[in-house]
Write a protein that binds this ligand. Structure first.
Ligand SMILES: NC(=O)C1=CN([C@@H]2O[C@H](COP(=O)(O)OP(=O)(O)OC[C@H]3O[C@@H](n4cnc5c(N)ncnc54)[C@H](OP(=O)(O)O)[C@@H]3O)[C@@H](O)[C@H]2O)C=CC1
Ligand SMILES: CC(C)(CO)C(=O)C(=O)O
Length: 338
């Protein structure tokens, strides 16, 4: 019998993914570092609310220093700033043939492979929406792209099997030979999500606002230029079209991609990004440095300037430190800097 699927980080993404897999008949073990959340899952089950499905699923949950055993498939679902600590704590529980799959935003695979080895790291990209509401309760807010692929693009038996597994959560899950193209595509879209979090407007409202589009476009073009210089061909998903953020793209293509992203986000019960929630609701540090920092570092290495991304990171850090408040002016100022 196969070992259960390990979900390390049972918050918004890990909770939704784990619940979907349990409902499909898979055995899951949750690990999280929030004692009240772990206790609630063990006592009452994990409750999923929202428009996709509502259910209470049962699975054992552990704090990271309490989990025991060895696992073959471990989904890492923590924020990028916790990747190194979580992957280090997870590593002793990964079997020799096992693998870690990062269901996160950013280039976490580059951190994970240093800890568990490249051969035990599988690439993954998720763009579904979810929110942690309270201990034991997660909202699965909206379906979105789920993609899996080996880091070197090969179609191995294990990645084919992981793809089948992910289809049990998201029927449209994709198996790709270009996982880096999706991850860098999400970095472009992700930078735009960070920019929307400078304001109190939701994602769709920001992207629909003609006053904000120049800043969001310039930011997308800047990150797109770094991806291109890095040899990555970025991929499209959920209304995001990388061609719209390539140099010299016609305005009609740019507007079409924004309109499609607006439509995608309006379908979700998640009105604001996880970044906005970290700042406004959870009152905690965001993933800015860990998600956007690698864009600036890669740009520096390849000679591609990233002034807007650097400015954006600075503005978000000011918000984390209480030195800047949510305002449309922040995003307009970013646009003027472009
Ligand atoms: N939510 C969304 O809609 C989307 C999120 N993502 C990405 O997915 C990743 C996960 O985000 P999300 O699920 O929203 O985050 P959450 O904060 O909701 O969930 C992460 C959980 O992991 C816990 N955790 C932190 N460090 C550790 C650790 N070392 N060991 C075990 N558990 C730990 C967190 O605790 P604590 O709160 O104390 O830190 C939290 O309970 C991020 O990279 C995010 O950007 C991608 C697409 C959509
Ligand atoms: C908004 C979302 C769900 C992508 O659609 C996201 O990735 C985030 O909140 O960080």
């Amino acid at each position: 019998m196969r070992a259960p699927i390990l979900i390390w980080g049972a918050g918004a993404i890990g909770g939704s993914l784990g619940a979907g897999l349990i409902r499909a008949g898979h055995e899951v073990v949750f690990v999280d570092n929030v004692p009240e959340h772990v206790a609630a899952i063990n006592e009452r089950g994990l409750k999923i609310v929202g428009p996709i499905f509502e259910d209470v699923v049962r699975a054992p949950a552990f704090l990271s220093d309490e989990v025991e055993g060895s696992f073959e498939r471990a989904f890492l679902c923590v924020k990028a700033l916790h990747t190194e600590a979580a992957a280090s704590a997870l590593a002793p529980h990964l079997s020799a043939q096992g693998c870690v799959i990062s269901a996160q935003n950013g280039l976490n695979e580059l951190v994970i492979e240093k800890i568990v080895g490249r051969e035990r790291t599988v690439g993954c990209f998720v763009n579904f929406g979810a929110d942690y509401l309270e201990p034991g309760v997660v909202q699965y807010s909206g379906r979105g792209a789920v993609v899996v692929g080996e880091l070197d693009g090969q179609e191995t038996d294990r990645v084919i099997e992981l793809h089948r597994l992910l289809q049990d959560f998201e029927p449209n899950a994709v198996l790709t030979a270009n996982i880096w193209g999706y991850l860098w595509g999400k970095l472009i879209y992700g930078a735009q999500l960070f920019a929307t979090a400078l304001t109190n407007d939701g994602i769709a409202d920001c992207m629909a606002n003609p006053a904000f589009r120049p800043a969001l476009t310039a930011l997308g073009q800047e990150v797109g230029a770094v991806a291109k210089a890095n040899g990555v061909t970025t991929e499209a998903f959920n209304g995001f079209d990388p061609a719209a953020f390539a140099p010299g793209a016609p305005q009609s293509l740019i507007d079409k991609s924004f309109d499609d992203m607006v439509a995608f986000n309006r379908r979700s019960a998640k009105s604001h990004s996880g970044i906005w929630r970290d700042l406004a609701i959870r009152k905690r540090r965001t993933e800015a440095e860990h998600q956007l920092g690698p864009i600036v570092e890669t740009g520096r290495r390849l000679g591609v300037p990233t002034p807007l991304t650097s400015r954006l990171i600075g503005m978000i850090i000011e918000m984390e430190n209480g030195q800047r408040s949510f305002s449309a002016d922040n995003l307009l100022a970013l646009g003027r800097a472009s």
